[in-house]
Design a protein around this ligand. Structure first.
Ligand SMILES: Cc1cc2nc3c(=O)[nH]c(=O)nc-3n(C[C@H](O)[C@H](O)[C@H](O)COP(=O)(O)OP(=O)(O)OC[C@H]3O[C@@H](n4cnc5c(N)ncnc54)[C@H](O)[C@@H]3O)c2cc1C
Length: 455
């Protein structure tokens, strides 16, 4: 008889995990708190856009779904910076156009994965939120009062995770939540009447303004989903922008060239769309014996500034699948322990790098010294790849564990400090010295950890 696996949460990670377990022959049941999003209207301003990157797409390869998902995405090849005076500056993401990210609506992706999960025989119960997991009795206590037996439980219930909280309440896991003092708000930038884009759709657009920023990612229908990130309280904050007139004046002052793109609905959208909160969840351990395992945001909720939260959750699933293949299904405690050992340092590293990137996206992308560094990095990638790849490339395009990419990035930062000192133009960089520094500092680390930079 097939073993029964219970997954809590039918978000993107829960669905991918359910599909992988189904493929291994498990009978899979998902309990999801919300109503079925395929049958309900999504509330305005809840249309988060994500970038999927090759790291996350590799999990979809295991299910043969990459190509189908990519029919729902818009490829973006770099960042387009909008200065206050409306000048545009483009920074490509990768070493060439084969390296790009895929913009997709989280809702669209989730609906697609729900369809796939059901078609594969996964049974999904909607409006069936978990209130508490009884670890002793192996019972789910649902919010509607039902009690259901569940001997093998996967927590894929996102950052607020009731599974993780049940582990914590029983003293089986420690967790922390650090909220950012900043929040976010989604705004729709509509398409032109003929369905065409109002901005270049091959880029993520960004208006970096120091303590706040606006960004926009393209959708397939010619619109962009914009997001404003700013402090919740204070002189420049969501709290301070409390009338439509103030919002319009703020955009006219700080993001003037976005006004025409967003159109007359700005003030209305601002008050209709909710302000979201952002935080970092860390927890440990992520498993209990052979009975409970946390995946995705329930284990490691990260702020969105590296665009890796979901990619990391998908990679959790891919790593778990590889460990199932290595150790078999007979002793899940062994698989779960190996998963946790592999993924915890990775989860911590991407949480740290995402927080660091917050400063990069708000402020540094407009700073000439930072831009010079980025251009020097590109020159080094052009001249020295595959001996040198940027930290960004390692995080986004490779499968190098996040913590090793972070450590390699720290070495690269030292190399760049020396190479950028006293120059104003990337053409002035001393490539011979760069070769020496890469050979002396980066190469030993790459070789010690067996990293493959030829991706
Ligand atoms: C503004 C923003 C931008 C982002 N951009 C990116 C990006 O560009 N790239 C990227 O990779 N990531 C991005 N992320 C992060 C990404 O959205 C998350 O990492 C991802 O959604 C996590 O997937 P998940 O399935 O683990 O959790 P979730 O998507 O949170 O899904 C959890 C599911 O569990 C359900 N649930 C919750 N509690 C219960 C319960 N008690 N019982 C049953 N079900 C429950 C929820 O209803 C939900 O369906 C972004 C996040 C934000 C906020």
């Amino acid at each position: 008889m097939a073993k029964l696996a219970t997954v809590i949460g039918a978000g993107p990670v829960g669905c991918v995990l359910a599909l992988l377990l189904r493929k291994r022959g498990y009978e899979v049941v998902i309990y999801e708190k919300r109503a079925d999003m395929r049958r309900t209207e999504m509330a305005a301003g809840r249309s988060i856009n994500l970038v999927l990157t090759p790291r996350g797409l590799r999990a979809l390869d295991l299910l043969g779904l990459r190509d189908e998902v990519r029919t729902l995405t818009v490829p973006v090849y770099g960042r387009m910076m909008h200065s206050l005076s409306g000048e545009l500056a483009y920074q490509p993401y990768g070493k060439d156009e084969r390296e790009f990210n895929d913009s997709i609506g989280r809702g669209e992706l989730n609906r697609f994965l729900l369809d796939k999960a059901e078609a594969a025989g996964v049974s999904i119960h909607f409006e069936a939120g978990l209130a508490r997991l009884d670890l002793e009795g192996g019972m789910l206590h649902l919010e509607d009062g039902r009690e259901v037996e569940a001997k093998l439980v996967f927590g894929a219930d996102g950052a607020p995770s009731a599974v993780r909280e049940s582990l914590a309440a029983a003293g089986k896991c420690e967790r922390s939540l650090n909220m950012l003092p900043d929040g976010y708000k989604e705004l729709l930038f509509p398409a032109n009447e003929d369905g065409s884009y109002r901005m270049d759709a091959k880029a993520l657009h960004i208006w970096p303004r120091g303590d706040h920023f606006l960004m926009g990612l393209p959708n397939q229908d010619g619109s962009f989903t914009g997001t404003v990130y700013m402090p919740n309280e204070g002189p420049v904050s969501f709290a301070a922008l409390d009338t439509a007139a103030k919002v319009e004046a703020f955009f006219a002052e700080h993001y003037p060239d976005s006004i025409e793109v967003i159109g007359p609905s700005l003030g209305e959208q601002w008050f209709a769309n909710p302000t979201g909160h952002l935080g970092t969840v860390r927890s440990f351990p992520w498993h209990l014996e052979d009975r409970v395992l946390l995946v995705g945001d329930s284990a490691h909720g990260v702020v969105p500034f590296f665009g890796q939260g979901l990619n990391c959750g998908f990679e959790d699933c891919a790593v778990l699948e590889a460990l199932f293949n290595e150790h078999g299904d007979d002793d899940l405690g062994v698989v779960f322990r190996a998963y946790e050992e592999a993924r915890k340092p990775a989860g911590d590293a991407i949480a740290d790098m995402a927080l660091e990137n917050y400063v990069e996206m708000r402020a540094k992308v407009a700073d000439p010294a930072f831009l010079l560094r980025k251009k020097v990095q590109k020159r080094l990638e052009g001249a020295l790849a595959p001996r040198y790849r940027s930290r960004y490339a390692m995080v986004v395009y490779s499968s190098i564990p996040y913590h090793l990419a972070q450590q390699a990035g720290a070495i690269e930062a030292e190399i760049l400090d020396e190479l950028c000192a006293g120059i104003e133009d990337p053409e002035q960089v001393d490539l011979a010295r760069a070769e020496e520094l890469v050979a002396a500092k980066l190469a030993p680390f790459v070789s010690e950890h067996g990293l493959d930079l030829d991706f």
